[in-house]
Design a protein around this ligand. Structure first.
Ligand code: GDP
Length: 352
């Protein structure tokens, strides 16, 4: 599953949010093992299309796409100096596809702020500085190795060059991700495992009355969430939760909104499989071709890919499912160069 690391200063509401995630209500029903690791919570990506498809095929079960959230504690000001960011911390964050940074917007004077004031931008800067310093530390370790390799093998020189450019860029206080790079350079940069190469998603932990604001951090839209509301929602059954959300003027829980935003940030989309056993959403990159989508289900499907019987989502729903779409000539046989479209309902044919 797509994995997102939650970071932030102490006392901004990370644990509250994370506890909400891992409570029964927020947990993806199909992943009971998620409760085993106390630092991992798996959330369904809400998608009404699954219910629409289910009306056509009456499956035994519905399986939505999921996002995995990992609670990464340990980021404080100066963390990178002093004792250094723990190895475990660095390993946890390196394994994530993206970072979700929780920033305090709520005012509650009873909750102490580590720096004695509520200043979201300053907090985000503090975290950014720590991540940049951690990256500079790893570059300091990688560059001498790259220098040796470049001496031995000229072809390795571009890798050294990009590492040095990144070092300068980070030294000026920038995130690695914002450096202008060619595709090759970007690929080389990925091998350096820098934290600031990862896409970042800001969550503004708000008071209830700030939930309809449009918070911005670093010129990027933040997702307004009230961690306390999420915690309460996670204790309610579906019907009660819906009523509570409505009373707040919200359509979805903050956690669901967050899961969707993560999808968008990472350029992901869903395709579907629909049969009597299950209707299921699968996650694939926007721009991926049919064999790659097949590979999301099983690597054998990708290796032996022959073709994909594909019905556009709208056709599937308006023509009454597979049979209707077939009769209307809207079931397409797509080959290995077909670029998967969001919502496609697919059946893969493959050699074993
Ligand atoms: P962490 O250190 O970032 O994990 O923060 P916690 O989740 O432990 O929260 C720190 C304190 O802030 C706790 O006393 C929470 O009850 C409180 N808190 C968290 N979220 C909110 C919120 O949305 N509103 C208010 N008023 N307090 C909150």
């Amino acid at each position: 599953a797509l994995s997102i690391g939650i970071v932030g200063l102490p006392n901004v509401g990370k644990s509250t949010l994370f506890t909400a995630l891992t409570k029964k209500g927020g947990l993806a029903a199909n992943y009971p093992f998620a409760t085993i690791d106390p630092n991992v919570g798996i959330v369904d990506v809400p998608d009404e299309r699954i219910d629409e498809l289910a009306k056509m095929v009456n499956p035994e079960k519905l399986v939505p796409a999921t996002v995995e959230f990992v609670d990464i504690a340990g980021l404080v000001k100066g963390a990178n100096a002093g004792e250094g960011l723990g190895n475990q911390f660095l390993a946890n964050i390196r394994n994530c596809d993206a970072i979700c940074e929780v920033v305090r917007f709520f005012k509650d004077p009873d909750v102490i702020h580590v720096d004695g004031r509520v200043d979201p931008t300053a907090d985000a800067d503090t975290i950014q500085t720590e991540l940049i310093l951690a990256d500079l530390g790893s570059l300091e370790r990688s560059i001498p190795k790259l220098e040796k390799e470049a001496k031995r093998d000229k072809d390795q020189k571009p890798r050294l060059d990009i590492a040095k450019r990144l070092q300068d860029w980070l030294n000026e206080g920038n995130r690695a991700a914002t450096l202008d790079m060619t595709d090759d350079e970007r690929a080389a940069a990925h091998d350096l495992f820098l934290l600031t190469m990862k896409p970042i998603l800001y969550v503004a932990n708000c008071d209830e009355d700030q939930l309809h604001d449009e918070p911005v951090i670093d010129g990027q839209k933040a997702i307004p969430i009230c961690a306390e509301v999420e915690a309460e929602l996670s204790e309610l059954d579906a019907e009660e939760a819906a009523e509570y959300l409505e009373s707040l003027g919200l359509e979805h829980s903050g956690l669901e909104t967050l899961a969707r935003a993560a999808y968008r940030l990472l350029g992901l989309q869903s395709f579907f499989t629909a049969g009597p056993k299950e209707v299921r959403a699968w996650t694939v990159r926007i721009g991926a071709k049919a064999p790659e989508a097949a590979g999301v289900i099983h690597s054998d499907f990708e290796r032996g890919f022959i073709k994909a019987e594909t019905i556009g989502y709208d056709d599937y729903v308006t023509l009454g499912g597979e049979q209707g779409a077939r009769e209307a000539g809207r079931l397409r046989m797509e080959g290995k160069d077909y670029v998967v479209q969001d919502g496609d309902v697919m059946v893969f044919r493959f050699n074993v």
